[in-house]
Design a protein around this ligand. Structure first.
Ligand code: NAP
Length: 218
């Protein structure tokens, strides 16, 4: 399958590398065609890996992943182009974290809105599924880093899109039973609001190999 990854940071490159290892084709998108991180990644990725602009990636991908900072995701996706994103499933892994100079981290939007919802509102013809945003980049593609049973959340309004995302998650190594469907895209605000707690836990334990584990009574 052809994937577009919008974002050249650690998350975009980690997801891109995993997808290549699974036999998929990936274009890693950036604001500029000569982005050093994307170009270097594509050189190492082999013939299935390409670098380009956000628009090049969106044109290429059958399935799109938004891996940009949530505070600039709408700008990035506007550059990708609504027409190129129309009809496609978009996995939104972003978090709208705002870092203050004193180290305090807040979210914007928050409480009554989320970046997942903002993306779905601005791109109504794109099938947005919030997923993976509560995990470290490494854990997204290697759930065995945390022992035992633990969970990944999905949220979105399009059931068929969520089924496609489940398939991708299973390819990443997530057991089907580990995937918790929280419902419509409004649930994105819940998973985004986990992030201040996640960051606090990271500082507390000193690493990122931890996750949520729910035993849900039938
Ligand atoms: N790090 C983690 O383990 C982790 C875990 C879960 C979720 N997340 C979320 O995943 C997302 C990606 O995180 P990341 O650390 O890999 O990357 P990031 O640094 O948050 O974002 C990098 C991307 O943002 C683009 N960008 C920056 N400013 C922009 C602007 N003004 N307009 C348009 N695009 C702009 C960059 O474009 P260029 O390529 O042109 O530079 C780059 O592609 C974030 O939302 C983060 O909260 C991260």
């Amino acid at each position: 399958m052809r994937f577009a990854i919008i974002g050249t940071g650690a998350v975009g490159r980690t997801l891109a590398a995993k997808l290549i290892s699974l036999g998929h084709h990936v274009t890693l998108g950036s604001r500029t065609r000569d982005n050093a991180a994307a170009t270097e990644w594509a050189q190492q990725a082999g013939p299935y890996g390409h670098a380009g602009t956000f628009a090049d990636a969106a044109e290429f991908g059958e399935l799109v992943i938004n891996a940009t900072a949530g505070t600039v995701s709408l700008q990035a996706l506007r550059l990708a182009g609504a027409d190129r994103l129309a009809g496609k499933v978009l996995i939104d892994v972003s978090n709208p974290l705002v870092f203050a100079p004193d180290g305090e981290v807040t979210l914007d939007p928050v409480n009554t809105d989320s970046i997942g919802e903002q993306i779905q509102r601005e791109f109504p013809d794109t099938r947005v599924v919030k997923a993976l945003n509560t995990l470290s980049a490494q854990l997204m593609v290697d759930p065995g880093r945390v022992p035992g049973e633990h969970n990944v959340f999905i949220a979105g309004d399009d059931l068929e899109a969520k089924a496609q995302v489940r398939t991708v998650l299973e390819q990443f190594g997530w057991p089907a039973a580990a995937v918790i469907d929280l419902g419509g895209i409004t649930a994105a605000r819940c998973t985004e609001m986990l992030m201040p707690f996640w960051l606090t836990m990271m500082r507390h334990v000193g690493h990122t190999d931890f996750n949520y584990s729910f035993k849900i009574a039938e």
